[in-house]
Write a protein that binds this ligand. Structure first.
Ligand SMILES: C[S@@+](CC[C@H](N)C(=O)[O-])C[C@H]1O[C@@H](n2cnc3c(N)ncnc32)[C@H](O)[C@@H]1O
Length: 279
């Protein structure tokens, strides 16, 4: 399909970037104007709109504006992820989980883990596999919740069928044990993994939506706040803070930190991976 080749003016760029920021916290600086233009030109074609001004007005006033805002978010989010992304950090996750299990004490307790902004599901499914491998006989009831603002990413996550590239870091033994190969050379996550996981559309900017997930023992919010400005970072992290149990842990992406964002957490070092604890 050919997409409309229409310029995004500075005026409409500013209006669109403000709208995206207000809804999602994602900040498109001046230098990302072309990126936004490219990503949204497909929507103009789909809706047969002649220019970005009409698209902006459609987002504001059309009866279908709620549906289009979902499409907008699908279009402007960066959903890059993969299975076993940043293995050194996942090793720390496993060590931390062992501590959490030990302090949990009594059997049959529930341990809740949240993959906040999980994109297409690779991160929460990786966590499930790590749990299956490290706690094969545990009585603990592990629950993994994956959430994202992009409905199209969540649809893929719920489907749980992946191509080889996103599984490039998965050991062969893991592929054989936890995936079914499909006729078209894809890999479907087995039910033993899928059954531990649920997916929800949650905007990290929205206090009530985050609250509706209830509280967690461990939260991973990796490679998300890099897309936010400082105010949005503060908002998202404050919401996550409320969703952690006292004594719970927060993982960020390896290039992210809470410096100037929040003083509520204690930075606890475990190897080279920065890790935050709610005390
Ligand atoms: C680069 S992916 C990170 C995926 C995974 N956490 C990882 O590290 O591999 C960033 C994800 O953040 C999501 N996102 C962006 N803004 C969000 C918001 N306000 N609330 C929830 N998710 C958001 C995007 O839709 C995208 O799927």
């Amino acid at each position: 399909m050919e997409y409309a080749n229409i310029n995004l003016t500075d005026e409409i760029f500013n209006k669109l970037k403000d709208m995206i920021y207000q809804i999602s916290g994602i900040y498109f600086g001046e230098q990302k104007k072309y990126l936004l233009e490219t990503r949204l030109s497909k929507r103009l074609s789909v809706l047969s709109l002649p220019n970005f001004e009409d698209y902006y007005n459609y987002l504001r006033y059309a009866p279908e504006k709620k549906l289009e805002i979902k499409e907008l978010l699908n279009s402007v989010t960066t959903n890059e992820t993969s299975f076993f992304r940043d293995m050194p950090q996942l090793d720390v996750f496993t060590d931390i989980l062992k501590q959490v299990v030990q302090t949990a004490g009594s059997a049959y307790r529930k341990i809740r883990i949240w993959s906040a902004a999980c994109s297409t599901g690779e991160e929460p499914y990786t966590l499930c596999i790590l749990i299956k491998e490290n706690f094969p006989k545990s009585d603990i009831n592990f629950e993994i919740v994956g959430s994202d603002i992009s409905e199209s990413a969540l649809t893929s996550a719920r489907k749980g069928v992946y191509g080889g590239y996103t599984l490039r870091n998965a050991p062969l033994a893991v592929l054989n044990k936890y995936f079914d190969k499909t006729d078209d050379d894809m890999y479907g996550v087995k039910d033993i993994v899928k059954n531990m996981t649920s997916f929800r559309n949650v905007n990290l900017m929205d206090k009530e939506e985050v609250k509706s997930l209830n509280v967690f023992d461990v939260v991973l919010c990796r490679n998300v706040i890099i897309y936010f400005d400082i105010e949005s970072k503060k908002k998202a992290i404050a919401n996550i803070y409320e969703s952690l149990k006292t004594g719970g842990y927060l993982f960020l992406g390896h290039s992210e930190s809470l410096h100037s964002v929040s003083a509520s957490f204690k930075l606890v070092g475990l190897g080279k991976t920065p890790l935050y604890k709610k005390e």
